[in-house]
Design a protein around this ligand. Structure first.
Ligand SMILES: Cc1cc2nc3c(=O)[nH]c(=O)nc-3n(C[C@H](O)[C@H](O)[C@H](O)COP(=O)(O)OP(=O)(O)OC[C@H]3O[C@@H](n4cnc5c(N)ncnc54)[C@H](O)[C@@H]3O)c2cc1C
Length: 412
């Protein structure tokens, strides 16, 4: 017997973070009937609680995502939901000569991708910005970066999606994806069954467990997500003018980041080897609101296991070590969040072996500067009949167990 629901919808999206809300906007503006379900409020998880930085790096994919996203945010910036969207310079700093020397190659790779790069010495920074009290060997000013307020940015997409006809149901969990005969039929939610021709799993760190709960067909291959645990310190209003986002020159590229997030086996948990300090690097975002967010750390973690609680202190010490003037910043809060990371640190957007079931996730440490673009590319591919973007670094087929060919179906 086919499943019945009162209000059939073309597409169900699971998750109202940046992955789900961008997809809702893209699909609704293409004329699909869209319903988004979130177990909590909009952007209650990583999408509302991150550092809000969008900046370049040495990987071509990352710069491509960044530039494509900036165009999409520009489209929404004049809408009714303001999200502190602004272009800002990006200052990369190195604490000592050895690190500065070691990162010259990295900066060369960034410049080769078309990003404007200007060297700046430690003496210049100390002389020109005495209130900040820089104690660094030097750095580089990059001209391609943006700042945003992540909660409101996600809401801007949710609002635009609603304007285009999408329904967003918060406080309603999707317990199960329902399928039969190799084809998705809908979802079981806290409110009952919702029939749908298309289902998009865009629920961040919960994606693997949702795919594990698909019933009616063979098990789906596993999505190897781990939590890149990070801590953020929220400042009060800044009384020092900071004209750039500041990032320490030690952040790895996405591939190294993804690979280092493996939580290992049960024996590693037994030995608490999952409790390592991970990666630390100062990342300071002076936001349009007049306050700032300070990170950053990434440690391998399990989603619901609280560890690394000394990280705010480590970040604070590190920041003050490089920029002495930060010692007097007023602090309002600190919290932890999970980055849904794949082993190569890049997002995933594409189809699954079940006809009509798609994934949009693995946004890792670059969710705000990848989600809008990957949602647009996925929506174009689904509406156009290709099923997924023609970008091998983005589709699930690059993941172990996902290599087999899957059915294609046009909905246009
Ligand atoms: C400390 C930190 C700093 C970061 N800084 C940056 C940054 O500066 N720039 C940047 O680009 N990125 C940054 N990120 C990464 C970014 O926050 C994430 O990549 C992004 O928010 C992930 O978005 P998402 O929509 O996939 O997941 P989420 O935001 O986690 O959303 C998933 C949603 O799915 C819902 N959900 C889960 N299961 C179900 C279910 N069964 N039914 C219904 N709903 C469900 C959840 O409630 C949640 O709302 C940072 C992340 C962290 C942790």
């Amino acid at each position: 017997m086919a499943i019945r629901s009162e209000r059939p919808t073309d597409a169900v999206i699971i998750g109202a973070g940046i992955a789900g809300c961008t997809l809702a906007y893209e699909l609704a503006t293409r004329g699909l009937g869209v319903t988004v379900y979130d177990q909590g409020p909009i952007a209650a998880e990583s999408s509302g609680r991150n550092t809000g930085t969008l900046f370049s790096g040495p990987q071509a994919e990352v710069v491509r995502l960044l530039l494509a996203c900036a165009e999409i945010y520009d489209e929404l910036a004049d809408g009714p939901v303001k999200f502190g969207w602004r272009r800002i310079d990006h200052l990369l700093i190195a604490g000592d000569d050895a690190r500065l020397e070691a990162t010259t190659g990295l900066v060369g790779r960034i410049a080769a991708l078309g990003i404007g790069v200007q060297p700046v010495s430690g003496q210049e920074l100390a002389r020109d910005f005495p209130q900040l009290g820089f104690e660094v060997a030097g750095g580089f000013v990059l001209d391609t970066a943006w700042s945003l307020e992540p909660l409101m940015a996600t809401h801007a997409f949710a609002h635009a999606a609603r304007e285009a006809g999408a329904r967003i149901r918060t406080g309603c969990r999707v317990a199960q994806i329902m399928a039969r005969g190799g084809k998705v039929e809908g979802v079981l939610t806290d409110d009952g069954i919702a029939a749908a021709d298309l289902v998009f799993a865009a629920n961040g760190m919960w994606l693997p467990e949702t795919l594990r709960r698909v019933v009616g067909d063979d098990p789906l291959p596993r999505i190897p997500l781990t939590a890149g645990r990070g801590w953020i310190i929220q400042t009060g209003p800044l009384d020092i003018h900071v004209p750039w986002m500041i990032e320490e020159l030690s952040w790895p590229d996405q591939t190294d980041l993804g690979r280092s997030m493996d939580v290992g086996k049960l024996s590693d948990v037994a030995e608490r080897r999952d409790d390592g300090p991970g990666i630390e690097a100062v990342c300071f975002n002076p936001m349009q609101s007049g306050s700032a967010r300070l990170g950053a750390s990434v440690s391998p973690a399990m989603r619901d296991l609280v560890r690394n609680t000394d990280m705010p202190a480590r970040i604070a010490r590190r920041a003050i070590g490089l920029v002495k003037g930060f010692a007097s910043l007023n602090i309002e809060n600190a919290w932890l969040g999970n980055r849904p990371m794949l082993p190569d640190g890049l997002p995933v957007a594409g189809r699954t072996p079940l006809d009509g079931l798609y994934v949009h996730g693995g946004l890792g440490s670059i969710g705000m500067h990848s989600g809008p673009a990957t949602a647009r590319w996925l929506a174009d591919a689904v509406a156009g009949g290709a099923g997924e973007p023609d970008l091998p670094w983005l589709t699930p087929a690059r993941l172990p167990g996902w290599e087999r060919p899957v059915a294609q179906r046009a909905i246009a």
